[in-house]
Ligand binder design. Structure first.
Ligand SMILES: Cc1cc2nc3c(=O)[nH]c(=O)nc-3n(C[C@H](O)[C@H](O)[C@H](O)COP(=O)(O)OP(=O)(O)OC[C@H]3O[C@@H](n4cnc5c(N)ncnc54)[C@H](O)[C@@H]3O)c2cc1C
Length: 545
């Protein structure tokens, strides 16, 4: 491999990974003109129609050029199956290929962090940063932000099937909450999305585009970091490859890993930070014996429930040849119409049982049925809800397959290792079926496709869930914040026992949240960036519903 001179590549901060966390840090740290910041991203440009157009989301996450191509498995409690685990490898990271659903989580998630000894991470401490990061289209309030970089809008949900979903929820005894990211999360809701003026509001669009002319910020794509360099216990920079050439970058102040819940633990292990026995298996010299690296992997496991309707009741009716031409034209000319929607325009956070304090099940409603046939995305008349478990008990892990940085890590979610997770998911399917039985949906439902009417008993349902369980693509916890042995970083993301090395991304969440997790990751990054600059926003008074 060719080598370049490292002296020309010195910055105060070297940030690895341009997902939500990396983009927040690059923006906030470079607000100080006296500080120089380098943001490195393994993937390429995000200038693509499939990324920008919200309705194209399945094409974005199915595009192999935009992803890492990870497979999780073999999953010991799912019959040894492998799970296709998407991750963005592009500017904006997974925020450039994700479904754009905006959910903060439940205040109890963050109070739970504080109750476990994480001072400064209670809901009242996090809310100011949730507000700081967003410009909610309906304006600021005690609960919502009005002038942050991320543009959040409420979905239109004007297709009749969305209303029928909400009415069925009410008929089943639940309420429709006016703002599930405000005072009350629980119940049915019209969804909110990272969409502005018909375009995806990704991390790079929100946090990098507006500051691309700052002379003290350099963004380099196509640079894959291989490992962290050290002098003694101090991280001094990174070694990377760019078009087959080895290149090193020096950090005067800090290296900040924002490579995500798989990338950050992999980079630590490649750099000798992790479980000593595991590192030795791969011939890697131990620099810091942190056994929690790669452990505590959480994810939201879920299943699709699917129902058949007549074509006229399903959004498929809008997507015939003429409908697709209209979609393309309306979006191209006005950034409006179905092209400006991610289609997930309604949802619900529900409790399947009375002995949980928070909604333990999330539903995302789609007014059509999507499926893949011969590698191609197809749709059929009907509706679908993705239903996932908000706070599963099972934990997995990320480990190295090889000391070669180009080899993907081994990911095992261990879904359903804890029997309670399976029972909760079966309860969730029963709850979903009950919602579909309500008059508002029953009037348009012709048949159940999944699980299928032949899957009747609880025993059948357990087997069906295990056979069909999939991922919400919400990995977290593999370098988690904490103070004890079972953690990797301190309350501000600094790696235990080392200097000049911080991690800020989904990997440091101390436990997952009752929501799609990117909003929590933006919040964590905003809060740590502020602390790195010596600022803090006062805790909020509007703490509880
Ligand atoms: C298909 C899909 C749908 C999703 N839908 C939603 C949703 O609707 N709502 C929601 O809130 N969340 C959703 N998520 C999850 C959300 O996108 C992620 O949780 C979030 O993007 C994670 O942010 P991050 O900064 O931790 O990491 P990432 O977004 O994964 O970013 C990490 C970045 O680091 C780069 N990187 C990694 N290793 C290296 C290296 N060695 N060198 C250089 N660069 C490197 C990667 O290429 C990537 O750009 C979805 C995710 C996926 C994949």
């Amino acid at each position: 491999m060719k080598r370049t001179n490292s002296e020309t590549h010195t910055f105060d901060y070297v940030i690895v990974g341009s997902g939500p966390a990396g983009c927040v840090l690059a923006n906030r740290l470079s607000e100080d003109p006296a500080v120089s910041v380098l943001l490195l991203e393994a993937g390429g440009s995000d200038r693509s129609l499939t990324i920008q157009m919200p309705a194209a989301v399945p094409f974005a996450y199915m595009d192999a050029k935009l992803g890492w191509g990870y497979q999780a498995g073999p999953e010991p409690h799912l019959g040894g199956r492998w799970i296709d685990e998407k991750r963005g490898r592009v500017l904006g990271g997974s925020s450039s290929i994700n479904a754009m659903i905006f959910n903060r989580g439940n205040p109890m998630d963050f109070d739970g962090w504080a109750d476990r000894g994480l001072a400064g991470w209670a809901w009242k401490d996090c809310l100011p940063y949730f507000k700081k990061m967003e410009a909610f289209a309906e304006g600021p309030s005690d609960w919502r932000g009005g002038s942050g970089p991320l543009q959040i809008s409420r979905c239109k949900a004007d297709f009749p099937l969305h209303h029928q979903f909400l009415r069925a929820g009410e008929q089943a005894g639940f309420s429709v909450t006016p703002d599930h990211n405000g005072q009350k999360q629980e119940g049915f809701h019209v969804a909110q999305a990272y969409i502005h003026q018909g375009l995806r509001s990704s991390a790079s669009r929100a946090y990098l585009s507006p500051v691309q002319d700052r002379p003290n910020l350099r963004v380099r794509s196509g640079v894959a970091v291989q490992k962290i360099s050290f002098q003694g216990a101090r991280a001094t920079g990174v070694i990377a490859t760019h078009h087959g050439t080895e290149v090193s970058f020096t950090a005067r102040r800090e290296v900040v890993l924002c490579a995500g819940a798989f990338g950050s633990p992999q980079l630590l292990m490649l750099s000798g930070i992790g479980d000593p026995d595991h590192l030795r298996e791969h011939g890697i010299a131990v620099r810091a014996p942190l056994r929690a690296v790669g452990m505590n992997l959480e994810n939201h496991p879920g299943v699709n429930l699917q129902y058949v309707t007549e074509t006229k009741h399903s959004m498929v009716s809008q997507l015939g040849p003429a409908g697709r031409v209209r979609l393309a034209l309306e979006w191209a000319l006005m950034r409006k119409g179905l092209g400006a929607s991610n289609f997930f325009e309604t949802g619900a956070f529900l409790r399947t049982k009375h002995d949980v304090a928070f909604p333990n099940m999330q539903f995302e409603f789609l007014p059509l049925v999507r499926y893949i046939e011969n590698g191609k995305l197809k749709a059929r008349p009907g509706f679908n809800f993705w239903m996932d478990l908000s706070r599963p008990a099972s934990r997995g892990r990320v480990r190295l397959c090889s000391a070669d940085p180009a080899t993907a890590p081994s990911i095992v979610f261990n879904h359903l290792a804890e029997p309670a997770d399976l029972e909760d998911l079966v309860d969730g399917v029963e709850l979903g079926r009950n919602i579909v039985k309500q008059a508002a949906l029953a009037s348009v439902t012709k048949a159940e496709l999944l699980p299928g009417e032949y899957v009747r008993t609880r025993c059948d349902l357990r087997r069906w869930v295990a056979a069909n369980l999939g991922t919400s693509y919400h990995p977290s916890g593999t370098c988690r914040i904490g103070t004890g042995e079972n953690s990797v970083v301190d309350l501000q993301g600094r790696v235990h026992g080392l200097d000049g090395l911080r991690i800020v991304d989904g990997s440091i969440l101390p436990s997952t949240v009752t929501a799609n997790i990117s909003a929590a990751i933006y919040m964590v990054a905003e809060k740590i960036a502020d602390e790195m600059r010596g600022h803090t926003i006062q805790a909020s008074k509007a703490v509880r519903p």
